[in-house]
Write a protein that binds this ligand. Structure first.
Ligand code: SF4
Ligand code: SF4
Length: 196
């Protein structure tokens, strides 16, 4: 019959409207910003850089290989490689980014930078309240703002972060066979216990 679908839709709306006075589960809106719905674990918006331990500069996993910069479709990543090297999570000397900027006014949250990074150094954040009054430089996010601890990564994406830690631990163990039998744990493998 013509109009049956509309009537059914209205019945659902009426049931939820009246039911919302009696059952909190039927309330599908919240009084933002005082109230917030929890974000799903796989929610993502803009990238951030991971560091191990408590020192954002020393523990930064990024080695400034620039793969993400090349692959970013809207070209919103800008990296300058360091002149010197610092030890990575396995103690191997590596370059690091002297400059690492992401223009989040351009970023389209595609996650390609995360997928191409061979060092598990860049991941997607959940922070979404990033609006600014200014149109340009205010949304250019610098290395010191992008750097967040592995503990933070564990808080926002626990399942994914645990998988990454396991992968790094395994990689470190393969590279340090017999000699490091008692200390194969890479600094980056479980920094959730040490990071800030
Ligand atoms: S999420 Fe996509 S658009 Fe944003 S920085 Fe990464 S590759 Fe570029
Ligand atoms: S974030 Fe990853 S892909 Fe990008 S420069 Fe650093 S190490 Fe390379």
């Amino acid at each position: 019959m013509i109009g049956t679908g509309i009537l059914k839709g209205m019945a659902v709306t009426a049931r939820n409207f009246i039911g919302s006075y009696f059952e909190k589960d039927r309330l599908i809106t919240v009084q933002y910003p005082e109230e917030r719905n929890p974000l799903p674990e796989n929610y993502r918006n803009f990238p951030f850089l991971i560091y191990d331990g408590n020192d954002a500069e020393a523990g930064l996993r990024c080695v400034a290989c620039k793969i993400c910069e090349k692959e970013c479709p809207p070209q919103c990543i800008y990296i300058t490689k360091s002149e010197d090297k610092k030890p990575d999570y396995m103690g191997k000397p590596q370059f690091y980014p002297a400059v690492f900027d992401i223009d989040i006014s351009v970023c389209m949250s595609c996650q390609i930078c995360v997928e191409v990074c061979p060092f598990e150094a860049i991941k997607m954040d959940k922070v979404f309240e990033l609006s600014r009054r200014e149109r340009f430089d205010a949304l250019l996010t610098r290395k010191n703002e992008l750097a967040k601890s592995n503990s933070y990564y564990h808080q926002i994406h626990p399942t994914e972060a645990a998988e990454v830690d396991a992968k790094l631990t395994e990689a470190a163990a393969k590279k340090k066979p017999a000699a490091g039998a008692g200390s194969t744990q890479p600094a980056g493998a479980s920094p959730s216990q040490t990071g800030g």
